[in-house]
Design a protein around this ligand. Structure first.
Ligand SMILES: [Zn+2]
Length: 63
């Protein structure tokens, strides 16, 4: 899993950090890093990120 800060907010706790599945991970669910609430599938995320303004800043990723 990859923990990233996204220009999104958790529907449950308002957190901006999410756990993304690694390429080797068969689980495609994206979950909140704080409360583990289900967020969306990665294809939905891609759509959301594509719609998000670039001014929101770069995605900071760390392992
Ligand atoms: Zn949350």
């Amino acid at each position: 899993m990859l923990k990233v800060t996204l220009a999104l907010r958790c529907n449950v706790c308002g957190g901006e950090q999410f756990m993304l599945p690694s390429p080797a991970d068969t689980n495609e669910d994206i979950r909140c890093a704080d409360c583990a609430a289900f967020k969306c599938k990665s294809d939905d995320l891609e759509r959301t990120m594509a719609a998000a303004p670039r001014a929101a800043g770069p995605v900071r990723a760390s392992l």
